[in-house]
Design a protein. Sequence first.
Lengths: 522, 248
Amino acid sequence: MAIKLDLDQKLIDLCRTYTADIADDIEDKIAQNTTTSVERTVLRLLGVDGVDEHGIPLPNVIVEKVQKEGKLHRGISYWFGNALLQTELEVQELAQAIAEDEVDLFALAQAGNEKVYKHLLKLARAKADEIRENVKTRKEMKDEHPPGPKPWLYVIVATGNIYEDVKQAKAAARQGADIIAVIRSTAQSLLDYVPYGPTTEGFGGTYATQANFKIMREALDEVSKEEGHYVQLVNYCSGLAMPEIAAMGAIERLDMMLNDAMYGILFRDINMKRTFVDQHFSRMINAYAGVIINTGEDNYLTTADAVEEAHTVLASQFINEELGLRTGLSKEQLGLGHAFEINPDIEDSFLMEIAQAQMVRQIFPDSPLKYMPPTKYMNGDIYRGQLMDGMFNMASIMTGQSIQLLGMLTEAIHTPFIQDRALSIENAKHVFNSARNISDEIQFKPDGKIQKRANQVLEETAEILHEIADKGLMKSLSEGIFADIKRPMDGGKGSDGVIEKSPDYFNPFIDIFEEELDLDAG
Amino acid sequence: MLDKDNLIKAYGDTYNDGKIQLSFTLPVQKGVEAEEAARVYCAKIGLKEVEVVHMKDLKEGFTFFVVYAVADVFVDLNKINVAKIETEEMTYYEINDYIKEKIGRELTVVGACTGSDAHTVGLDAILNMKGYAGEYGLERYPQFDTYNMGSQVPNEKLIEKAVKNEADAILVSQVVTQKNVHIKNLTEFVEILEAEGLRDDFILVLGGPRISHELALELGFDAGFGSGTKPNQVASYIAQKVYQNIKK
């Protein structure tokens, strides 16, 4: 790829030096703690599923019992693994027996660490192999039914009813969508558990449940084969149950996950430590499952100004990149997010959009960038909306973006109708096809407006990363460095689910993932 | 006697030609039958001279239509009656001067996106320092003491905060209105205030893209602001309303 923007490589390298410092500091805090959601994830990966008589998921029931005894610091897997050995029950049988108080985890004889760990590693190995099998299936499906050229067309369905979602998703896939995201019901991110079973009621979206994942995956596999192009499935690996969603996605072969290091802190007021620990484990799972993550920088620009705060997006991308790489994600799995959100009434706003989009393309050449459409300045005028979305698509094809979340002409009115989605797909196909190779033809004028804008944003990014590296990320977040949002270091939801690990903490999945993903043990 | 000029129809290119355009999807396979189904559907709505100008296969047994037709009914402008916010719109400087001179103390405003709603775009546009569309938000006004509680705030928490800070006005923003989830939440909010005998202690302002002044009144609020509302419009309303209440 020819160099289009003349960016200062030394400055880019300097940014990455700062981010390494920032990540070192955060990693220490991650290594010291586990969370209730991480431990529930371990149970899910070991094969625990289902709910008790009150509808509470068994992973929650069991982890709460151990937490109440103040014994979660050595990890749920030790207690559960020991009980497996002592009772000789199958995983699910044991889970039910614990929930029904037929087995008391703390009254059992102790088999000793070595035996328990060995047994757990065997079980974890089997699940890890199952996940690897999904990775293989995905590759075979992709080889046989290759996805379309990038930018991939990404659309959302959000009816609240998984069966209705399936109809809309299949229609969209047949119209040419490459990626289907099932939007979650509003406020699912604040549920400290994962709902169970197929669901048909939701507000502004459909609950993420393992059964719903399976239903949608099967439907999309069917369409992929019929249409001859692999349709990728996305969900939301965020909120208080973040790592559990990652596990469910790995098991049901989701292809992408929204999975940001800081989104929960900023936009859902979730406790910082909880978020950093949860994102770390969930990203290891995503890394292992070959899932492409999408980061959430676009959200900054819906609350803060897209011109003044452009550098915060780039700074956050650098941070997400560094934290992501440290969990074993490859650059090809880092769908770093940004957005087309500059006020369209500003003269040359399109030039600024191009500058920013091209800049991130060059700084992260191997990463599948996730480009988000205009939302903030969509006002209910659907004709203007369709034009803005066309401009957005043009910016994308001109700068070689990868994952194009299609703008809806009815943004700010309602969750998409079937025709809204069809019109957005038509819009993108039209623009992408008519300008397919335009990016190869473009070089930007030295000292032109686009060149200057990109360099200005990069310089500001280096400054802000320097500042964050000096202060530490948590303190910076508490001072409102991103999205104009301030979050206290010890505040936020879910802090009661953060538990300091004891020296004998054990999690067989972390051991397996660290080894196979070539990570330095923390 | 009817005043002819007040009886109107849609306008295409000739006065009262009644021309309208519409688009919709029918759950039917694309084809001549689908086209006829669209025409019959429009006829049943009461439309005349129905022309299906575009038809697109949305797959999975759905077809999208663009239709032009004549809507042969009149609206009598004399009979139109809409609830409107009666206060006068002022500028940032005028509002601050107004409060200083006429009320003589700072006004306190507490705002939140309540219930499960996580969308703070509208609330932030009105309250945040930076504001919206070139108008400063209420945080910037020296004469306003502003508390932005953010998203997903339970009704009880919002009321508690308003009571504690002796707020003059409470701002509630609701963006997610799918399946009318907001109605239940907003009704509950007003009911709590009434049950606690607090309803008249506050000016209640509702905002959101699907909110009208009329809907707000219906739900027991004092005013409602829809999409495109600028912070100064809300600020003007609150300042003048507080002054009116003092004068009473």
